[in-house]
Design a binder for this molecule. Sequence first.
Ligand SMILES: [Ca+2]
Ligand SMILES: [Ca+2]
Length: 86
Amino acid sequence: MNEFRKGGNLRRARLKTLTLVAIVTISTSVLAQNDLFEILDTDENGTISKAEASVHSILKEMFDSLDVDKNGELTYKEFEVADLDI
Ligand SMILES: [Ca+2]
Ligand SMILES: [Ca+2]
């Protein structure tokens, strides 16, 4: 992730978009769970909304059961329980 920050926000955003495309089209990945969280949190507010989760088909299905406090957002704590493969 350090490479992203060095390149500035625009480059980082573009890389993020590319990675999102990769998530949608590639079924397996070596990305760690916390990397996935950061990628899915596209507005970088620290939580994953239902809209953000919708790019990941499995997460989308699990969203309601993972959102234990039912606030419509997944914190990392709520998210990590899913133990997702991309
Ligand atoms: Ca977010
Ligand atoms: Ca929640």
